[in-house]
Design a protein around this ligand. Structure first.
Ligand SMILES: Cc1ncc(COP(=O)(O)O)c(C=O)c1O
Length: 394
């Protein structure tokens, strides 16, 4: 009997195909701003998390080059061995100051940062109160930990309180902006419930950091709160800041604890120093230049205004992430394919990434898009909607 169960694998893959949920990567041959080339064809990309258009910016291109010249391409080791350079420290200190938190640790990815937090701070009696729609990196870590995972109703402090009344204090885990819906939790109310039950709150602000709040300080700042009310804040650099990697912001004591016990931190090659430099430059630039955030705001308003009289279901999102709920996976795939024929790349998001029956096209409107590109997309969606309305009538 082999270790890999071939029959189970074949059955699972067949099931995925049958349900219309089979996935595979499309390979991008070239990128230029918000445009990509796939299989020799050019598309306007509406499926990127490069919200501010930084990934393709001249600022970042120059910063990567300079970072490479000064610090070299790779860190060569994990941070506690010889992987840590002064530029890593500078980036961490800049973020700590920006968020007004005591300490920051850097990670190679947001997935690793979230796993590290959940696993490192989990004891056998830890209760995780996690928003039902929290990212896979958070849910997986809690599910495979020694703690107990309780999932409260999405963005509902009332549901959180019902659980806390029954199960006592624990670590509340939520996000600033939810990645598939684009909505935000009422953070003040969540904090209030948690504090009343003597609990800490961890916030993953992967999609709010850089985009929301004063100078891009994120969802906490946009909701007129301060980061010090959260025990832990995580954020990624691969979205608004256009590079890659992530951070954990917390107290000095928690950071020292993670440095000593977080296996994802200790046993992993540290982010390349050139990347740390490019990320720092990106963060400084984004903090100084509000026009990219303003442009995204205009695109969001225009998109929502143009589609308000269609039969598409728009979710209450004020940020780049604008999902159109379609329902069944096949329908989402059909719309995604139609958009491709018109030169728009917009991926269908299907179960298990989103709940069954809520397959969607998750559009991301970015500072890399032109006004005319948003208009052209909306006209195409309106055309699709009108055709389908006519079909439904006949
Ligand atoms: C909410 C959230 N947290 C964490 C991550 C993981 O971040 P990274 O892509 O840096 O691994 C993602 C990725 O999409 C995310 O949406």
């Amino acid at each position: 009997m082999s270790g890999i169960r071939k029959e189970d694998i074949r059955a699972a893959l067949a099931r995925r195909r049958q349900e219309g949920n089979f996935r595979s990567c499309s390979c991008v041959q070239r990128r230029s701003g918000a445009h990509i080339w796939v299989d020799g064809r050019e598309y306007i990309n509406f499926s990127s998390n490069d919200y501010l258009g930084m990934a393709a910016s001249a600022v970042l291109e120059e910063a990567w080059r300079r970072g490479l010249e000064i610090w070299g391409a790779g860190s060569g080791a994990s941070p506690l061995v010889t992987g840590m350079s002064d530029i890593h420290r500078e980036l961490a200190a800049w973020i700590a100051d920006f968020l007004d938190m005591e300490a920051v640790l850097l990670f190679s990815s947001g997935f690793a940062a979230n796993q590290a937090v959940i696993k490192t701070f989990c004891g056998s009696d830890t209760v995780f109160y996690m928003d039902r729609l929290a990212h896979a990196s958070l849910q997986d870590a809690a599910m495979h930990s020694k703690g107990r995972l309780l999932r409260f109703t999405h963005n509902s402090p009332e549901s959180l309180e019902r659980y806390m009344r029954k199960y006592g204090p624990g670590l509340v885990v939520t996000e600033g902006v939810f990645s598939m819906d684009g909505d935000q939790p009422p953070l003040a109310e969540i904090l209030e419930v948690a504090e009343r039950y003597g609990s800490d709150v961890m916030l993953d602000d992967a999609h709010g950091f850089g985009v929301l709040g004063e100078q891009g300080r994120g969802t906490v700042n946009a909701q007129n709160l301060t980061h010090d009310r959260f025990a832990i804040v995580t954020g990624t650099f691969g979205k608004a800041y256009g590079t890659g990697g992530a951070f954990v912001a917390t107290s000095a004591e928690n950071a020292a604890y993670m440095e000593n016990f977080a296996r994802e931190y200790i046993y992993s090659t540290f982010m390349p120093p050139a990347q740390a430099y490019a990320t720092l430059r990106s963060m400084q630039y984004v903090a100084e230049e509000p026009f990219m955030r303003e442009l995204v705001g205009h695109h969001v308003q225009s998109f929502r205004r143009q589609l308000k009289d269609t039969s598409f279901t728009l979710l209450p999102s004020e940020v780049s992430i604008q999902p159109l709920i379609v329902g069944e996976s096949e329908k989402a795939l059909e719309l995604s394919e139609f958009l491709k024929t018109r030169g728009f790349w917009a991926s269908a998001i299907r179960p298990p990434t989103v709940p069954k029956g809520t397959a969607r096209i998750r559009f991301t409107l970015t500072a890399g898009h032109k006004y005319v590109e948003i208009d052209a997309l909306c006209m195409t969606l309106i055309e699709w909607d009108l055709c389908h309305k006519a079909e439904r009538r006949s």
